[in-house]
Each structure stands twice: as C-alpha cells, then as structure tokens.
Design a protein around this ligand. Sequence first.
Ligand code: GGG
Length: 356
Amino acid sequence: MTNSASVRSYTVDTIPGDGIGVEVTDATVRCVDVLAARFEFGVHWRERPWSADTFRATGRMMPVDGIEQLSDGDATFLGAVGTPDIPDDVTLWGLLIPIRREFEQYVNLRPMRMLPGVRGSVYDSAGLDIVIVRENVEGEYSEIGGRFNRGRDDEFAVQENVFTRKGITRVARFAAELASRRGGTLVSATKSNGIIHTMPFWDEVVSEVCSQFEGVIVDKVLIDALAARLVARPTSVHTIVASNLFGDILSDLVAGVAGSIGIAPSGNLNPERRYPSMFEPVHGSAPDIAGKGIANPVGALWAGAMMLEHLGEFEAAGTLTTAFEGTLEAGISTPDLGGTATTEEFVLHMLRTLGA
Ligand code: GGG
C-alpha cells in the first residue's frame, strides 16, 4: 500500500480469466472504483489478461514470470478459469493453483449466509450463517502420483494426498481463532473411518491445536454425514475447518443451500501478509451462460468486499456489502436466483446505490 499524506492507494492485479469471470470482474472493478472515489483512496488496477486464450497462444496459462509480476501487488482479484476445449486440470494448475501455492495462501476463507431477498433451497435455511476455512495448498490437491500402463487393460492411476503437521496446524489455528469469535464450536470435516492414514492425522492435529484455545470445542463430523446435516439442518453449523477437497465441495453445497453458487465469495489468504492474498468468486467460468449477460455478480462483489476489508478499507467494504444486499432486497436478481435481471441491470442498480 502507498500512503502518502492523506491518500491511501492500492495496487490490485485483476485476472478476469475465462467465461463469466470476465463479466463479474468488470462488475466488481466498476463498483470498487466508485467506492474509491467516495472514500478517498486510490486503486491502481493492473489487468492481467491470463486465460485460456493465453494458453492457446503461448502454451501457458500465464507468463513464466507471472508470479513475480503479481508479487508486489497489494492483492489479486480473479474471475474464473476454465473452458470446455482445454482440460480443467491444465487451466487450474496453470494459473489458480500456482498462485495459491507460491504466495502461501494456505487459508481459503469461504463465508456464506442467507442474503436478503434470496430464497434458500431447503426448508431450514433461514438464519444460515457459516464460514468454511478450507486448507488451500496441500491435501488432496497434490501433484504426486501418475498414470501408468496407458491404454492397456491394466492401466491405473495413483494420486497421493499430502497432509503435513505444519499445514494442518496453521489452518486449524486460523479456524480455531475464528471459531472462538463465532460461538466456540469448530466443526472439522473428516473421513477417518475410510481414509485411514491422512484423516486420523488430520483429526489428531486439529484436536491438538483446538485444545490450546480456551472455549473452542471440536465437533469432528464425517464428511458424508456433514453434507447431509448441512442440507437438513444448516443452521446447526457455524464454523467449519476442512481439507482442500472437502472444503471445496462443502462450500459449493452450502452456497447451493443458501440460494446459488453464484453468490459465494472466497479469499485465498496469506495470513502473515508476506505475499498478496487473492480474492475470487467460488463459481467457475460457466461456459453455458458466458456472454449472455446473465451471470450473477454477487459472488464477485462479495469477494470484492472481502478484499477491501483485507486492505483495511472497512467502510468501503461495508458499503459494498450493504449495496449488494439492498439490490437483492429490492427484488433485483439474476436467473440463477429465480430473477430476471441481467448482470448489467444489477450493476447499474449497485452503482446508483453507491452514489455514482
Ligand atoms: N473463481 C475461480 C474458479 O474458476 N474456480 C473454479 C474452480 O474449479 N476452482 C477450484 C478450486 O477452488 O479449487
């Protein structure tokens, strides 16, 4: 951050990416620009047009020095990655995952609550308010393994999971601190009955860490039972800590319960602030609706509010949140929420609310 005299200024790298990622990033940048003018801070956007097109043109999702280019920014904002004609593992492992790993963004914070004007998809969703702390750099997302005997009858694949004491400890500590401010119970997603090495280790380390936090109780729940509980009784859970894969799945599930994956935000955090953190909507590039102008911008706007909060612009973050909540409450919503508004109609209402 530059803070000369009274002007606070931030450099934010945007990676709009593919499909609707481009549309929702544009929506967020326009709203943040209005807030910056209103609350008297500056945002220097550095657009990084890294996407499937970059891959088609260069064979890479981002330049060789892409990480270095982002490293002196105050934050990164990502839209979405993925396109039907390139395998998803290529697009994800070529862009999103290296950023998370190189910048030690080991916490993926994924909050969800019922937003005004939005109907949940299950009976008991009123009052849903859940924060998922997803481990973000190890676990089931691992490069260790391989495909063998390709094309033969005895072909097989091996995929190793990597769980380290350091990795579990630091994410559990972050989650325990959060849980202590959110009622004291930390639900830990596990599968230690079936996954017999890594998951008992996860359970042990999460319990050890939480025992150091007065008033924090670990509720260890098997992932399958937890999925059912989040649908049947979503208000019985407040804070969850989960491994990389489990956290990813649960956050989509919870967003679906709360109305739509289109409203879900996430922050890929380097809690020590040694490196930039990255903010993104949880949803992907949604090729089926890309270019139709009907993408829900709420997940991106909410991620934008998380970014502003991370940068210390609390008033702007609160104003942005109030604005998207108010827009939804006014009955303006995109088709994924059962509405008829376009992305642009939603954004225009936001801009008016924000005082553009
Ligand atoms: N919003 C970024 C995006 O494209 N997410 C889609 C996705 O598949 N993400 C995988 C992950 O978060 O691990």
